[in-house]
Design a protein around this ligand. Sequence first.
Ligand SMILES: Nc1nc2c(ncn2[C@@H]2O[C@H](COP(=O)(O)OP(=O)(O)OP(=O)(O)O)[C@@H](O)[C@H]2O)c(=O)[nH]1
Ligand SMILES: [Mg+2]
Length: 399
Amino acid sequence: MNYRFSGYDYVIFGFSYVFFFLFVSDAYGTLPFTLPAELPAWIFLVLAVLCNLWVLPIPGIHPRRPPAPEISGVPGPAKELPEGEAALPAEKKPLAKTPREKLEQGLVKTHKGFVERLSSVFKRSSRVDEVLPELEETLVGTDIGVKTAYALFDYVKKHAGDLSGTEAMLKAIKQQIFSILEQRQEPLDISDEKKPFVIMVTGVNGSGKTTTIAKIAYRLKNEGKSVIIASGDTFRAAAIEQLEHWATRVNADFIKAHQGADPSAVAFDGLQAAISRNHDVLIIDTAGRLHTKENLMEELKKTKRVLDKKLPGAPHEILLVLDATIGQNAIEQTRQFNNALGITGIAITKLDGSSKGGVIVGIANEFSIPIRFIGVGEDMDDLQSFQAESFVNALFIDN
Ligand SMILES: Nc1nc2c(ncn2[C@@H]2O[C@H](COP(=O)(O)OP(=O)(O)OP(=O)(O)O)[C@@H](O)[C@H]2O)c(=O)[nH]1
Ligand SMILES: [Mg+2]
């Protein structure tokens, strides 16, 4: 916590020592003077504790002392801002990070959870054959999924004879991961021929759908596109309000639904509004769970059908939002959503909060679905277009 002690605090802190000394002396009967009244020893202890409490930075107890200003450049809590800009006056703004720095910072935990684990295996010995059994075990224990772990392991084993040492093994793995990821690098192309371009955003609850929608809308608005957002997650009123808040913040049009409304009817209304108001892009939020007993996938399929009926070819993108913190479970989620809906793009969020971001390699290896975006933070510009090369370089930083 950022906190500065004033001179006044040091005096109070000194008093706490005095009271503690009095408590100990009184308790042992060695007080060097007589007290004016018969006070029990514990009174001094209470006073010492109170002095300490006064000095310690406890929220709510020190309204008179604001925290020291943020100077580290670490993003603070979400700011209430138009166009995603920082609310601080220019001279107080922390230095803006470049997308590359954000990516590197966002992948620090995954670097530790994946690359450092592999590096530690290679540090044991410089002989390729000696580390193979441990490499197998370590790869399988990471978050890339067993299938991909064995694909990488088999590759290294097969080429073991050509590799000069364990350092070359890590480089070979890095290269293989790049090859896997490169195939999935295909940014979302919003062509003018498909107008309105309809993006249906899916994923389990809490995966980051609504925030990702806001971030995409923010990007598109910056590119000069007009955007409308429809709140197809009618599970709870708060979800609708959350989306409305984001739509206002990024200056996008919004189709509001009431809680409990039929999600496919909301999507239909959104599409109708997008057409009549001549918007370039419609983004539809969907629920991660439902209030009815109906199956989530069936409901999503229905929404997809309704959109296609109104505008043949829509939705043009069915974006699956996956939370990187759940690790390998994201692979199973992709399978289920893809089987039901035919996912056309993936966004992986919360990489900054996860050491399990290696799962992206497993997803890229097991499904031929483009990875459109990666989320590396909670700010509006923390959604990046997925680029295999910069991703792998940030992941294997220093290697
Ligand atoms: N650190 C970090 N947090 C994120 C990222 N993306 C989303 N979040 C946070 O994840 C939480 C859930 O995000 P939502 O967008 O509400 O998720 P959702 O899928 O819409 O959730 P439901 O509406 O409950 O289904 C929020 O606190 C977001 O701020 C990210 O890339 N990094
Ligand atoms: Mg939501």
